[in-house]
Design a protein around this ligand. Structure first.
Ligand code: GDP
Length: 335
């Protein structure tokens, strides 16, 4: 295969040194390498990640989700500023599988989090683009390691709140925060139970003005609803609270709860156990993705599959036989 190496690349050591010294420009360039689909960049990315690995991990990783319009970016701006005032360095990443950066996705919109983006202690990176959620999630997870190695001690990973991306974010974070809105009596309808079950904290957002009473009521209803959920392995009882980014209410209480969560799960061993399990799952997910890519990625396999589809629909071959034949053909390629 012809190696098409872009000219503006630095040496691996230059990326590694730059990231470890907290150089934001180099951090951004290193993330670009991690996000790249070029073979030469993939090799470079592996070297960089391997080298910075021992400097990563020292952060609180927080996933934030909620339907579009719930106030995620406004919340992250208020929350991020609060954390920075406390002396933290905050990196904000996002997972949006629908993102095509050139087309300007919702999460890639540069006008979002404008005030936060000007702060020295904040680093904001829009979602990687990619064909599959697995691919995008992997890129975000590696970007997270780079941010940690560059000294960011709080990582906020935002997701668009539609579809499967919540599971991906949950799979790479320590704490999962779900933003919700107080509805008109149908608070429990809009959000999937599975996502609520993943949440360590539910925040009824926009609890200001005319919304205060409704939000307090919704808060109580969610508290009651959570009682029927199975107990979490973390030993943590999910917190339900209200907040407003506009009036800056409830933001500090959210951070206090996250700090308590970290203390509890560090003491009972869950924090590290959860991270270990995430790492192991990450390996298997990568193997699964790469295997699929190897299997389906080549042109001749695709042609054979199309042929087999026709044979199946005209009853010339049983589906299971077709599958076995394909696996045999695949194995032969590597003999
Ligand atoms: P996202 O799509 O979840 O990122 O939501 P945005 O942060 O873009 O917010 C959607 C809309 O809700 C915007 O018009 C915000 O000004 C408004 N909004 C966000 N947070 C609050 C809040 O705490 N209170 C009120 N009243 N409005 C808010």
């Amino acid at each position: 295969m012809a190696i098409n190496k872009p000219k503006n690349r630095l040496s691996a050591q230059a990326y590694i040194d730059g990231v470890l010294s907290g150089n934001r420009v180099i951090l951004s360039r290193a993330i670009t390498i991690v996000e790249s689909n070029l073979e030469s960049d993939k090799a470079l990315a592996k070297t960089i990640i391997q080298a910075i690995l021992s400097a990563s991990g020292h952060s609180m990783r927080i996933g934030i989700t909620g339907v579009p319009g719930v106030g995620k970016s406004t919340f992250i701006e208020a929350f991020g500023k609060h954390l920075i005032t406390q002396g933290h360095k905050v990196a904000i990443l996002s997972i949006d599988p629908s993102s095509q950066r050139s087309k300007g996705s919702i999460l890639g919109d540069k006008t979002r989090m404008e005030a936060l983006s000007t702060l020295e202690s904040a680093y904001i990176r829009p979602s990687a683009s990619g064909d599959t959620l697995g691919g995008v999630a992997n890129k975000t997870a590696e970007s997270m390691l780079l941010c940690e190695a560059a000294g960011y001690d709080i990582i906020l990973i935002e997701t668009v709140g539609v579809g499967q991306s919540e599971t991906a974010v949950h799979g790479m974070t320590d704490f999962f925060l779900l933003l919700m809105l107080a509805g008109a009596g149908d608070e429990l309808q809009g959000i999937k139970r599975g996502i609520m079950e993943m949440a360590d904290m539910l925040v009824i957002n926009k609890a200001d003005g005319d919304n205060i009473k409704k939000s307090a009521l919704a808060c109580q209803q969610y508290k009651n609803a959570l009682h029927v959920f199975p107990e979490s392995d973390s030993g943590w009882t999910p917190v339900v609270t209200t907040a407003s980014s506009t009036t800056n209410t409830g933001i500090d209480a959210i951070w206090n709860a996250i700090t308590q969560y970290k203390q509890l799960t560090t003491n009972n061993g869950y924090f590290i156990e959860n991270r270990n399990q995430q790492q192991i799952r990450w390996m298997y997910n990568t193997i699964n993705n790469e295997l699929k890519q190897l299997f389906y990625g080549s042109k001749d396999m695709a042609e054979q599959l199309t042929e087999l589809e026709q044979k199946i629909t005209s009853s010339k071959i049983a589906p299971i036989k077709a599958a076995q034949d394909m696996i045999e053909a695949f194995k032969k390629r590597y003999e």
